[in-house]
Design a protein around this ligand. Structure first.
Ligand code: MRU
Length: 353
């Protein structure tokens, strides 16, 4: 299974996802600025992977501060560390895992400073915490995979959107974790992968990582989903999540809500897979979720040998959309399966750590 990142103690090695599938190259991030840049450019992408990369970015930030500000007050250190946190937070607004991970690292640093720990001890401890976030994500995904696969019939024929796989996480994947588990259990017949315009995460990433693991996959363009549901005996739609509001409304890659509407029409269960860290209880509904808007060039020229739209065309390029909770059959996390109404189950999960 493909590896998205590797912590090297003083640097973070990232698989450059913008170059896949034609080139397999890595990027060495020696400071937090480069990590932030990689998140912005989608060299590392997918909510859990962004969270883990940002956690390592915070450690790199701390290392830099500790070497530059060794003689400064603890207060100054924390002010500077907060600036690093805010920089990383500003890179992508929709995925909640980013904020979740950087806050975790920041709060840990504050607690250790208050406990009068040395800069070196804090550095070691922050590194360990970031590694724990990374490692736990893989374990969480395996549990999500087991819960999710149990919902699928024998010879399952699945449709998925974007990439919620090993590439989007620290390993195994959420939606594709279910696919991997179903494949191991011998109950997977075919995965249909939406290409996912405009950045083609389905075509470039989902198709690639499934082929790498010899898992049966068929690529379709986004506008084929309705026809495929009608004619190809799709029995489940499974997608990841960038932020799940307290009522179950779910932000995920642009196009997801359209797929959910189609699934409802054709009576196909629509499952959302994600770690509990993706549930944002401070966000009551999908209306409060900030949707990232990206460079118009992603629609008009990126990935194409030549420009495909007229110069000067006005472009709307939201990177995510929100699927209303009423279209979601179940939300599956490492803690189990939530059915509508979702909020009581979410509250129980969040209360028992
Ligand atoms: O813009 P991206 O590629 O970061 O969007 C990724 C998605 O929308 C994924 O489905 C989501 O982050 C879940 S990843 C397990």
């Amino acid at each position: 299974m493909v590896k998205t990142m590797e912590w090297q103690g003083q640097s973070l090695l990232l698989l450059d996802q913008t170059k896949l599938p034609s080139e397999i190259i890595t990027i060495l991030c020696k400071d937090y600025r480069r990590v932030g840049e990689a998140i912005k450019r989608l060299e590392v992408r997918g909510a859990p992977a962004i969270g883990a990369a940002a956690a390592f970015g915070m450690v790199l930030g701390w290392q830099e501060l500790a070497s530059r500000y060794a003689d400064f007050s603890q207060e100054t250190l924390l002010i500077e560390f907060k600036k690093i946190k805010n920089f990383l937070l500003s890179t992508r607004p929709t995925a909640v895992n980013l904020g979740w991970a950087v806050e975790k690292i920041y709060k840990h640093a504050v607690a250790m400073i208050n406990a009068q720990q040395s800069l070196k001890a804090i550095e070691t401890s922050l590194g360990n915490l970031a590694c724990k976030i990374y490692q736990e994500d893989i374990e969480v995904n395996r549990r999500i995979g087991i819960y999710g696969a149990a919902l699928l019939p024998q010879q399952a024929r699945i449709l998925t959107h974007c990439n919620a796989g090993a590439l989007a996480t620290c390993g195994w994947g959420t939606a594709l974790g279910v696919v991997r588990q179903a494949f191991l259990d011998g109950r997977l017949e075919m995965v249909y992968a939406d290409e996912t315009r405009p950045l083609l995460q389905g075509a470039r990433l989902t198709a690639w990582e499934l082929i790498e693991d010899n898992i049966p996959v068929t690529l379709i363009t986004d506008n084929m989903a309705a026809w495929v549901m009608q004619t190809q005996h799709i029995d489940s739609v499974i997608v990841g999540a960038d932020r799940i509001a307290a009522n179950g409304d779910t932000a995920n890659k642009i196009g997801t809500s359209g797929v959910a509407v189609l699934a409802k029409y054709y009576g196909i269960p629509f499952y959302v897979l994600g770690p509990t860290s993706t549930i944002d209880m401070d966000c009551p509904t999908g209306k409060e979720i900030k949707i990232e808007e990206r460079d118009p060039a992603e629609v008009t020229e990126k990935w194409y040998a030549r420009r495909i739209a007229p110069e000067g065309i006005h472009v709307y390029n939201p990177a995510f959309d929100v699927t209303p909770a009423e279209l979601i059959t179940a939300i599956i996390t490492e803690k189990g399966i939530a059915y509508p109404p979702f909020s009581d189950t979410f509250r129980g999960w969040k209360e028992c750590k």
